[in-house]
Ligand binder design. Sequence first.
Ligand code: ZN
Length: 305
Amino acid sequence: MKKIMIYTVLLFCLCLCGCDGGQGSVTETTSTVPVVTTVTTTAETAAKTEEIVTVLFETTTTAAETTAPETTAAETTAETTAETTAETTAAVTTAATAAPETAAPEKKGFMPSVLAGEYTYNDGSAPVIEIVDGVTYVNGILIANKTYSLPEDFNPGGLHPDAEAAFDNMQAAAAAEGVALKIISGYRSYTQQTKTYATYSARDGKEAADRYSARPGHSEHQTGLAMDINSLQQRFADTAAGKWLAAHCAEYGFIIRYGAGKETETGFMYEPWHIRYLGVDLAKAVTESGLCLEEYLGITSAYAE
Ligand SMILES: [Zn+2]
């Protein structure tokens, strides 16, 4: 009998919001209480994990009207998952978008290693944060930023096939309109990122490098879901390709991940060339919201020190 321990901890992460240089950019959603669930599992027990994720999201349909307890720490085993998740996901009011009661959550085309379960739309409630094998999923969306890192050995082996296929479609559509798009940087391993960051921090200093280059384990490129298009110059935004990308990438499942004027929230300066695959529905929802992904999910992006 495989045993899965679930550690459910409710945390205030308000402390993180104040660690970004005192910019005072606490968004509405970051003031809510995030629900943090750590699922420790192995590849063998991945199926079991899906069950738990299913339970976690199903319970949200019955907990819609409940308010979150202010400070509760609970430790439980899989046997008592249903009761505990009902309590700890009380802050999530996602009845309108939760999976149907009997159906397992759809994977939206992601492999389990990339997306743990169904995502939920932001309705202003607390984010549900799951940590599966060291990888953070916020409302089911894999996140790598300054707050949430990837394990050194997280290696999808390249760009995610869905992200790559989506890019190919986007590239063809752009070409049909006379716009050339190419990937100049896709998947980067932890080791590659170590070298990349070391090079930039040696050249520009750590403080400057931290604005545009992620420390090892914190790069979205390690997820296999991010890519840099055409140019690493901010003037790319003013080119035909840059404008086309900004206007159309959501139609193919991408967002401009580090938007203009969002450095305090994303942790990175404006990068009109860096796109992140989210799938079409979510990419459109985030883009139409006008929020960056951190704001959309109600999370921070700041290094601990
Ligand atoms: Zn990039």
